[in-house]
Design a protein around this ligand. Structure first.
Ligand code: ATP
Ligand code: MG
Length: 380
């Protein structure tokens, strides 16, 4: 039997755990063609949830388009992707699509010549740089018209939405807002992990998306449902484990779904022979993972300066610590606050730490403190 605890990529049923309530809520919001901002820290399972939601919505005969802003460096490429994905979601006939695309003002079907010199018009679109924003709006208008014509509801999901800032700032936000307000056939989900950026976009009254939709904060997977998912798979595989074992895994993984999946995956492999899950094995799991990912941590470690390393060591020992407190600075022999602030900012930029909404600093990768602890022990 293959290891049922998948991590890293998109996880689908039957390996996708719970999220029943979130799914029901999002389905209801989209049936009403509302706009939802989905926000969570990294690795909580937004992308997995959204891709599983799309499967459900399509079963209910709704058209869906999924765009990951990460993949589009400029408005030009975003505009062409959004336009073609929404059109393809609503129209499957290629000839009809091509006809539609040739009627665009700003967007043009990309004509390509194959090695034998044959010219073909693909479904890819092209646009001039100066027309990028108006092309995006043309594409949005087209999606609305097409949905109305087909008598269908369209759901547009934009993942990594906080990346919108990398385009030309506020102009695009305003333009998108006014277009969305005119639409009556499209529901939207904007999803992002840069919580502070996302929330600033939505909660700041001077910004275009202020009160345009509701905010849904994606939390951890509910423990009871997640535990029965995990115990169910273990039982199927012939393993013996109990509630306390799973509880300990949630604690070690801080209830971050990625961490929990990773821990369960390693536990499955390590107990393959005996099929017995023992507390001692569970305590070893994060150390095994830290060793597996060692090359990655070494690279991050090398990118940090000496004072930053000292700070990371201190934080890895006490993750609830307040780095600006006198207590913390005296205990670890570091300071003053101004240089700690500079180190923290730099470590956030390097992607090693992130700042929580409450203002504390945490490791982006929950297993890195175990790696730091491990190298400290091997040095001394
Ligand atoms: N419901 C779930 N069932 C099982 N595993 C899950 C679930 N949700 C998340 N995971 C695990 O967490 C990992 C990360 O999930 P995902 O990429 O969806 O998170 P994300 O919130 O989109 O992260 P990021 O903000 O980094 O894009 C998945 O690869 C998977 O291992
Ligand atoms: Mg994601």
């Amino acid at each position: 039997m293959e290891n049922p605890f998948k991590y890293g990529g998109v996880v689908r049923r039957p390996y996708f755990a719970d999220r029943k309530n979130e799914m029901i809520e999002l389905k209801r919001e989209m049936a009403n063609l509302n706009l939802v901002f989905l926000v969570s820290p990294r690795r909580f399972g937004k992308t997995c949830l959204l891709l599983n939601l799309i499967e459900r919505l399509r079963r209910d005969a709704m058209a869906c388009a999924y765009v990951d802003l990460n993949a589009f460096p400029d408005i030009k490429s975003f505009a062409t992707a959004l336009t073609s994905l929404t059109a393809e979601a609503l129209e499957t006939n290629k000839d009809k699509l091509l006809k539609m695309f040739s009627a665009f003002q700003k967007l043009r079907p990309k004509v390509s010549v194959d090695p034998e010199g044959k010219i073909s018009a693909g479904l890819e679109l092209a646009v001039e740089e100066k027309d990028a924003l108006s092309a995006l709006l043309e594409g949005m208008r087209h999606a609305e018209k097409l949905a109305a014509k087909k008598g269908k509801k369209l759901v547009v999901i934009i993942d990594e939405f906080s990346d919108l800032e990398k385009y030309n700032g506020r102009t695009i936000e305003k333009a998108i807002r006014s277009e969305i307000q005119k639409q009556t056939h499209i529901g939207y989900i904007f999803s992002g992990s840069e919580q502070s950026v996302m929330l600033a976009m939505i909660r700041d009254r001077t910004r275009a998306f202020y009160k345009l939709g509701r905010i849904m904060e994606l939390g951890q997977i509910e423990r009871r449902a997640y535990a029965s998912f995990i115990l169910g798979w273990l039982k199927k595989g012939g393993y013996t484990a109990n509630d306390d074992d799973v509880k300990r895994i949630f604690e070690i993984g801080n209830d971050v779904p990625y961490n929990v999946q990773r821990l369960c995956n390693v536990m499955w492999d390590n107990a393959m022979e005996t099929k017995a899950i023992k507390p001692a094995l569970i305590e070893k799991l994060p150390v095994i993972i830290a060793q597996q990912d060692s090359p990655h941590y070494e690279m991050l470690w090398r990118s940090a300066s000496q004072p930053q390393k000292v700070l990371l060591i201190a934080l890895s020992k006490d993750q609830a610590a307040k780095p600006f407190s006198k207590d913390f600075q005296l205990t670890h022999g570091i300071g003053p606050s101004s240089s700690i602030k500079a180190s923290l900012d730099s470590l956030v930029k390097k992607g090693i730490l992130f700042k929580t909404l409450r203002g504390s600093y945490q490791f982006v990768d929950g297993f890195m403190p175990y790696w730091i602890d491990y190298i400290m022990k091997t040095i001394h």
